[in-house]
Design a protein around this ligand. Structure first.
Ligand code: HEC
Length: 104
């Protein structure tokens, strides 16, 4: 009995913690963009698709460089070239930071 109550409390507090983490670091418009990234790359950057790279725990500076390269045409991909053009440098940094912390 007691144990069950404790684990429920734990789940609730973990859920709350992750919600507040998201809302603290992202404005509403950025949140929409981030949701788009998550649709392909996965909630934490881990994803089951063989053609989509995992971003979780990748170096954030590397990710910003890759996004910049997609945006300026140095690196080409039919999806990411379009996606990166929607991002400001600041948004790239925020998203790279978010995924660099990603855990499963
Ligand atoms: C429609 C699916 C899709 C969406 C949406 C998407 N990506 Fe990607 N992303 C990919 C694919 C596919 C690649 C691999 C491209 C290649 O092979 O060059 C990639 C590559 C990347 C890379 C380079 C990874 C590496 O290891 O070099 C980064 C960083 C990245 N995406 C970040 C993002 C961010 C941030 C967003 C949201 C703003 C986003 N992606 C949205 C599909 C997607």
């Amino acid at each position: 009995m007691q144990r069950q109550r404790n684990s429920r409390w734990l789940i609730a507090s973990v859920t709350l913690a992750s919600i507040s983490l998201c809302t603290n670091s992202f404005a509403a418009s950025d949140e929409k963009l981030l949701n788009m990234c998550k649709a392909c790359h996965g909630q934490t950057g881990h994803n089951p698709f063989p053609s989509i790279p995992n971003l979780a725990q990748q170096n954030s500076q590397y990710m910003v460089e890759q996004l910049t390269a997609f945006k300026n045409g140095q690196r080409q991909d039919k999806t990411m070239s379009k996606v990166a053009k929607l991002l400001t440098t600041e948004q790239m940094q925020q998203m790279a930071h978010y995924f660099s912390k990603g855990k499963d």
